[in-house]
Design a protein around this ligand. Structure first.
Ligand SMILES: *Cc1c(COP(=O)(O)O)cnc(C)c1O
Ligand SMILES: [Zn+2]
Length: 419
């Protein structure tokens, strides 16, 4: 199986372009990377992955941000707004309270548009330029649309975004709007938006930049590479576990691919690969269901609900890549309630780190798995927080304290403080 951790580095096929090609994860068919627009396999409709004739080791990386990892990407440079190089915060109080050896928070909300989607877009929009397409499109729970709008305008291209009406946080719509995207509000959920935009892309109306697009996941691999380098610098070892929120499972797939490639390059021991641990909201947990049932496929949930709108997804398109990632690394998946998510959002905020609800799911999931004894107290863990607090100001205000009205004089303020 091509997605196994112990898979051999494949031989370069004739259709490779400067050592880069696309391969179907289901049937193994290979394709030239930039000759035609293609999102899935022509033969079996399986998901595609980018393959490289040469894989880098840690010594090959230089510079800062996503493009530090150019040797692990299809290009030397992309359409960039200085994405990546996000903080790997220490959180000593949370670490103590959860009761593990080490806990770090990789805050992807510190990217240019406030989410990790920027890492995928710097590569994906570059590919779009290479292919010579005019209009870019995505379905989005919000953050993908913000990133697409910003990177599309940076690249001088038109952007079209399909959003589920009434289910996108205010900050994200504001971004897509100001960066000049054409915003279509669909009377349906995210999965319905993705069905439509996939059909539009299939008819040649636009170039699709959802995480179904294999090039986006290449950029997102760099989250994993940064976490590993950060832990190696601070602990002289890679983390035992990485906990992350799961929506379409693009990040889960991307991190697994980053680790597989390091193993193939001889830069990481197979036994040292961090356990990928996915967290979903209870109201949108099809991946958790598949992991718990040992199923090979994910069952689509038609009705999904959670205040963590970024992961309000019932049909995770990257499941065929992510399920092997969770299983082969010895990880797991867990569902948390909206109340547990909000509590974690407050606890992360108490360390000075502002994240949106979906992001807090990672810490809520870790807390639950530690309480159940599935995570050991001697583990070193990285939790991924995927988006910034300001993305969803309404959720932040609802989780935080109420403003108190006071009169406009000092005595009145003092009286109020003494009440
Ligand atoms: C997109 C997104 C996710 C989900 O990531 P996947 O790669 O689709 O699993 C989680 N959190 C935030 C804030 C996001 O924007
Ligand atoms: Zn195929």
């Amino acid at each position: 199986m091509s997605l196994s951790l112990s898979a051999e580095q494949p031989d370069q096929p004739a259709d490779a372009d400067e050592g880069v090609w696309l391969e179907c994860i289901e049937c193994g068919e290979t394709f030239a990377p930039f000759d035609d627009v293609r999102y899935t396999c022509d033969d079996c409709d399986g998901l595609l992955e980018v393959r490289y004739a040469d894989l880098p080791t840690f010594d090959d990386f230089e510079g800062e941000g996503v493009w530090r990892y150019a040797d692990a990407l299809p290009f030397e440079a992309g359409v960039s707004i200085q994405e990546g190089a996000t903080p790997l915060y220490e959180v000593p109080r949370l670490e103590d309270e959860i009761g593990i050896e080490a806990l770090r928070i990789k805050h992807e909300g510190m990217n240019p548009t406030g989410s990790f989607k920027d890492r995928g877009m710097t590569v994906g929009v570059k590919v779009a330029k290479e292919l010579g397409v005019g209009r870019l499109a995505c379905a989005s729970t919000g953050n993908t649309s913000a990133a697409l709008a910003a990177y599309g305008s940076r690249g001088g291209m038109q952007t079209l975004v399909l959003l589920p009406a009434g289910k996108v946080a205010a900050g994200k719509i504001a971004q897509a709007s100001l960066h000049g995207a054409r915003i279509l509000e669909v009377d349906g959920n995210f999965d319905a938006c993705l069905d439509i935009v996939q059909e539009l892309a299939g008819q040649g109306e636009a170039y699709l930049l959802n995480s179904l697009n294999p090039f986006r996941l290449e950029g997102q691999k760099t989250i994993g590479l940064e976490i590993l380098e950060g832990f190696l610098a601070d602990y002289d070892a890679v983390p035992d576990r990485i906990v992350l929120p799961v929506g379409n499972a693009g990040n889960t797939s991307a991190l697994y691919k980053a680790f597989r490639e390091l193993v193939q390059a001889g830069a990481l021991d197979e036994d040292d690969v961090p356990k990928l641990t996915g967290v979903q909201a209870e109201g949108a947990a099809p991946m958790v269901e598949a992991i718990e049932n040992g199923a090979d496929e994910v069952r689509r949930w038609d009705d999904v609900e959670t205040r963590a709108t970024a992961i309000r997804i019932g049909n995770p398109v990257n499941a065929p890549k992510a399920l092997p990632g969770i299983r082969e690394t010895g990880g797991t998946a867990v569902a948390v309630s909206d109340e547990e998510i909000t509590e974690a959002q407050r606890d992360i905020a108490a360390e000075g780190i502002g994240v949106e609800p979906a992001s807090a799911a990672s810490v809520a999931g870790l807390r639950k798995l530690r309480a159940e004894g599935i995570v050991d107290d001697d583990e070193r863990v990285a939790c991924l927080t995927t988006g910034h607090l300001l993305k969803d100001p309404d959720a932040a205000a609802a989780a935080g304290s109420e403003p108190e009205p006071v009169p406009a004089d000092t005595d009145g303020v003092l009286d109020h403080l003494q009440e």
